[in-house]
Design a protein around this ligand. Structure first.
Ligand SMILES: [Mn+2]
Length: 316
């Protein structure tokens, strides 16, 4: 049986469904869950939209985000989107699971796994599922799906963006996706805390390995000083890659509880492979992991850099 038919069977058999975005969600996870939420409403199913975390304001452009609940209830089917593992969801699930995703590192934790790593976004996977089921995609669904494509392709600027990405965008805009609203909210939305942190991080940035690696080491006190959040630290990583010599951008950030969050961005280096070595995951171009708080920030940075050097030596 095709995965689309199996999906529909599970949905039809369920009496209460939850569509779930992962913890600290991005537009892809929320967009996927939002489009699936619309679909369940069309079918007149009892459905909840769930995400453990509070939702950033910039995501309010995605339909139904005002209905998000932060915990699961009596659902007997949970559709998880854009989560490589169940840990990423951050919620305990006691129900059948449909796992819809595009991460290469997906652990196939679902009763049904719809995982397509060639898709640029999970919303692309959801859109092709809708097409297979011959579902009418309305403007709300198109906007939600478009948000995922825009964010995961870095505004159509990532190396993975190709003709297929633009073809998807064309179709979704023709179906009513609010292109400009999504761009304005997702890409041109900033806060004073975010901009101040970005400035401070760029001032402290170190360039290593003949300026091929950019390193940011951020103590929690720095976030506190500007009232910034963990997510606010990510932009500096992208900005460092704007320098032509920089091939790898690396963030080592201290979290409030002491553990160390590592984020990687690169166009050449396999970030996912490195993150997996430290128990994390992600894509080739962007990945992350968390290290124990027993290490100092400097020690954590050293460990990652050693692994980078080891991998680079192997490649030569
Ligand atoms: Mn994604």
């Amino acid at each position: 049986m095709s995965y689309a038919k199996r999906f529909l069977e599970l949905v039809n058999a369920a009496s209460h469904i939850a569509v779930v975005a992962h913890e600290r969600p991005d537009a892809d996870s929320l967009g996927s869950a939002s489009a699936l939420y619309s679909f369940m409403l069309q079918l007149h199913k009892k459905v909840s939209f769930v995400c453990k975390s509070d939702i950033e304001r910039r995501f309010f452009v995605i339909p139904w985000t005002d209905r998000i609940k932060h915990r699961l209830g009596t659902e007997d089917l949970v559709v998880v989107s854009d989560s490589a593992s169940l840990e990423r969801v951050g919620l305990y699930i006691n129900a059948k699971i449909v796992n819809i995703d595009h991460h290469v590192t997906n652990t196939m934790y679902g009763d049904l796994n719809i995982v397509q790593s060639e898709a640029i976004a999970t919303t692309e996977v959801v859109y092709s599922l809708f097409k297979k089921l011959e579902i009418k995609v309305n403007a709300k669904m198109a906007t939600a799906l478009y948000a995922g494509i825009l964010e995961d392709s870095d505004g159509f600027g990532s190396p993975r963006t190709d003709g297929t990405t633009f073809a998807l965008a064309k179709e979704l805009i023709e179906l009513g996706a609010k292109h400009y609203d999504v761009v304005k909210y997702l890409q041109k939305y900033s806060t004073l805390s975010h901009l101040r942190l970005l400035g401070a991080m760029l001032l402290d940035m170190r360039l290593l390995h003949e300026a091929t690696t950019a390193l940011f080491v951020v103590e929690y006190t720095m976030l506190e000083r500007y009232g910034a959040r963990y997510e606010d630290a990510e932009e500096a990583l992208e900005r460092a890659l704007e320098m032509p010599t920089v091939e790898l951008s690396l963030l080592v950030l201290q979290k409030k509880e002491g553990s160390i969050k590592v984020s990687l961005r690169s166009e050449k280096f396999d970030c996912g492979a490195l993150a997996v070595k430290f128990g994390g995951g992600g894509h080739k171009e962007r990945a992350g992991c968390e290290l124990e708080s027993v290490l100092s920030l400097q020690e954590a940075a050293e460990r990652i850099l050693q692994e980078v050097e080891r991998i680079e030596k192997k490649e030569k």
